[in-house]
Design a protein around this ligand. Structure first.
Ligand code: G
Ligand code: G
Ligand code: MN
Ligand code: NA
Length: 254
């Protein structure tokens, strides 16, 4: 079977799974959010990482179906945690360029969040900086409508996408996520430290929150706390883990 056909079968047979990586609030130490990360549970080879299949999902257009499935699954997991009485934070789902470019992207999101209760308040979208900047005028409009529904938007991999400063101020987003590349070297490279510190100040001056990605050491976390970064995400606290393990985290840290 070709990889493409295997993936098609994976979609039909519900072999895709979401793992979740916690984001931790630096002031309180509480889990402040969760990023949903797609995995393929291939019965023959086990868990396949996203870099091995997301590009093919995108080339074949299957990402539209998989992406919508991920949104619906993340929302329903989050609602389940809430009804279990867990302190269930917002769940962030990554958005592919192919999805954002669809004419009906905004109405697709609207369909995902409609229903009983505050579904929109459970959901956040992560959109990479380079993707947002590609068609900035149209994207600002789409993100505006999405934010009005109560869904939050975060700019992913921030610092790598050549944003124009005048547009950052206009972006209808609540959060900037500092790309892992800057965090990795911030304790050894003063240029990267300056960039991290500048992004944090920029975000706060625009009333946005800041998440540092790829935080692996206590030293990075301490420095980020001194710099007033709001949240950290990375292997220091936890990699992405299955939903059952997230439930355990949420129970422990209630
Ligand atoms: O842990 P990690 O290997 O999960 O993720 C690798 C890459 O795959 C990241 O860039 C992440 O944004 C992307 N990715 C993970 N899950 C999804 C998803 O549901 N949709 C899209 N479009 N990208 C995803
Ligand atoms: O592109 P995006 O930021 O959505 O993808 C997150 C990716 O970063 C995933 O592949 C995830 O597994 C990975 N990741 C998360 N935390 C860490 C970390 O602390 N170190 C490293 N090296 N990778 C991480
Ligand atoms: Mn992301
Ligand atoms: Na990222």
């Amino acid at each position: 079977l070709s990889l493409e056909n295997k993936l098609r079968r994976a979609l039909e047979q519900e072999q895709l799974v979401l793992h979740y990586q916690p984001k931790v609030d630096l002031a309180s130490g509480q889990i402040s959010g969760l990023e949903a990360l797609l995995r393929w549970n291939d019965p023959e080879t086990g868990l396949v990482p996203p870099l091995k299949f997301i590009p093919l999902l995108e080339e074949t257009g299957m990402i539209l179906e998989a992406g919508q499935w991920a949104l619906e699954k993340a929302v329903s997991d989050s609602l389940v945690w809430q009804t279990q009485g867990l302190r269930s934070p917002r769940v962030a789902v990554n958005v592919s360029p192919i999805q954002l470019q669809q004419k009906d992207f905004v109405s697709m999101i609207e369909r995902v969040v409609k229903g009983d209760g505050d579904v929109a308040g459970r959901l956040e979208l992560e959109i990479t900086e380079s993707l947002v900047m590609q068609d900035i005028v149209a994207n600002i409009q789409k993100l505006q409508m999405i934010q009005e529904m109560g869904v939050e938007v975060a700019i992913d991999d921030f610092g790598t996408g050549y944003s124009s400063l005048s547009y950052i101020a206009k972006l209808p987003v609540s959060t900037l996520k500092i790309d892992r590349a800057f965090i990795m070297n911030m304790t050894s490279n003063s240029d990267d430290l300056s960039i991290v510190s500048t992004i944090i100040s920029l975000a706060h001056s625009l009333n946005m929150r800041v998440v540092a990605e790829g935080v692996e050491t206590g030293e990075q976390a301490r420095l980020l706390r001194l710099l007033k970064c709001d949240e950290i995400q990375g292997f220091l606290f936890s990699p992405a883990v299955p939903a059952e393990q997230i439930e355990r985290f949420l129970r422990e840290r209630k």
